[in-house]
Ligand binder design. Structure first.
Ligand code: NAD
Ligand code: UFG
Length: 362
């Protein structure tokens, strides 16, 4: 069932409708989620007309309120399960009545690594199923441009860091990781087929932080598994102290190293990727999206304390199964292709993450 909220249906002035129809329309699956909501903001600010398709399985309509507060108008959205060809094609049909769809950004997926080891079929069904259905629907509506949310998890523990896009795709650490490898593979196979497809596979490193306005951010449902949501909730007294998963890794301080990228920088990369696709025909390329710097878990905790003037309650614990020691990006390819690079520091991201937690209420 498709439930549209279409600003064009609300008796907008003719000039407003004309202006809207001139903007390139981008379908954003999973656009109510963490990275999707920030990307919808950046797309709107860059002059695109994003349309969110989301089944709200891991998000809340309050994200639409937050986007509206930032951009000054309600984003167009439809409740759609991207696994359903019927729902997806009905949504594309309804959008195509008013816009030419210039591209799709496909965020919709489940992302909890631990859960994927317990419920692998849930992950294969949703992540692989929605990607396959989306590609089929894009073909039916002659939409060629696709930006896909992939992950640095496809590299496993790379032999050389910083890791570039030429590094081998290794055994994944989890069914979730395999779904990202499988989706990349499906997209490459379709690109090599007769279906015209112009695709950018964006391999995110560790997105953190929130919009500086504190109107949107990460809304983890239940017990957070990722470092920053757990850290902010523990600091707010909502959780037990943060457990640092292992201090005996072969790194400077013994804790794991990751490349933490501000979610607004990540969102802007999607706008740049769409513009890159628009200037191309039938490309299919992968890009690393990270800062190019690695920080250890203890460095993140100490920076968070310094920037926000709060104590982070934490204890040392055993290693978490499946964690790799260290990874950070070589983002040179995205920089030279898109003219994109990160503008925000780790401190910015940690400040915005804490302000978002405070805005949620402690
Ligand atoms: P999120 O859970 O906040 O957002 C995903 C959105 O997709 C949610 O709004 C959810 O309701 C929606 N969704 C899920 N399945 C759907 C379906 N079948 N149909 C329609 N909507 C559906 O996650 P996020 O952190 O914003 O991640 C976005 C994408 O980026 C995902 O593909 C994720 O795997 C990928 N990614 C995330 C990270 C990270 O650390 N957050 C890292 C690498 C890659
Ligand atoms: N960590 C802790 N304590 C916690 C949570 C995490 O010490 O309570 C540590 C982890 O051991 C790791 C670092 O913090 O060293 C980051 O952990 P996250 O769970 O935040 O992120 P990961 O690097 O494990 O994985 C994330 C996403 C995956 C994605 C991957 C690469 O969760 O979806 O980045 O993009 F695949």
């Amino acid at each position: 069932m498709v439930h549209p909220t279409n600003p064009l249906a609300k008796g907008s002035a003719p000039n407003a409708i004309f202006d809207l129809m001139k903007k390139p329309c981008v379908v954003v699956t999973g656009g109510a989620g963490y990275i999707g909501s920030h990307t919808v903001v950046e797309l709107s600010l860059a002059g695109f007309h994003p349309v969110i398709l989301d089944n709200f399985s891991n998000s809340n309509r309050s994200a639409l309120d937050g986007i509206e507060r930032i951009i000054g108008s309600r984003p167009e959205s439809m409740q759609v399960d991207c696994r359903s060809h019927q729902e997806l094609s009905a949504a594309f049909d309804s959008i195509a009545e008013q816009h030419t769809i210039s591209g799709v950004i496909h965020f919709a997926a489940f992302k909890a690594v631990g859960e994927s080891t317990k419920l692998p079929l849930k992950y294969y069904d949703n992540n692989v199923g929605s990607t396959s259905t989306l590609l089929q629907t894009m073909a039916e509506f002659d939409v060629e441009n696709l930006v896909f949310s992939s992950s640095c998890t496809v590299y496993g523990q790379p032999e050389v860091i910083p890791v570039d896009e030429g590094a081998p795709i290794l055994e994944a650490e989890s069914p979730y990781g395999y779904t990202k490898q499988a989706c990349e593979r499906i997209i490459r196979d379709v690109h090599a087929s007769d279906q015209p497809l112009n695709a950018a596979l964006l391999r995110y490193f560790n997105p953190i932080g929130a919009h500086p306005s504190s109107h949107i951010g990460e809304l983890p449902l239940g017990h957070p598994n990722n470092l920053i949501p757990f850290l902010t909730q523990a600091t707010a007294g909502l959780r037990d102290p943060l457990t640092v998963f292992g201090d005996d890794y072969p790194t400077d301080d013994g804790t794991c190293v990751r490349d933490y990228i501000h979610v607004v920088d990540l969102a802007k990369a999607h706008v740049a990727a769409l513009q890159w696709l628009d200037a191309r025909s039938l490309a299919c390329e992968s890009f690393n999206l990270g800062t190019g710097h690695g920080n250890s878990v203890l460095e993140v905790i100490h920076s968070f304390q310094r920037v926000n003037g709060v104590d982070v309650p934490h204890v040392m614990g055993p290693r978490r199964e499946g964690d790799i020691t260290a990874i950070y990006a070589d983002p040179a390819k995205a920089r030279s292709a898109f003219g994109w690079s990160c503008e925000h520091s780790l401190d910015d991201a940690l400040r915005d993450a804490w302000n978002w937690q405070l805005a949620l209420g402690t």
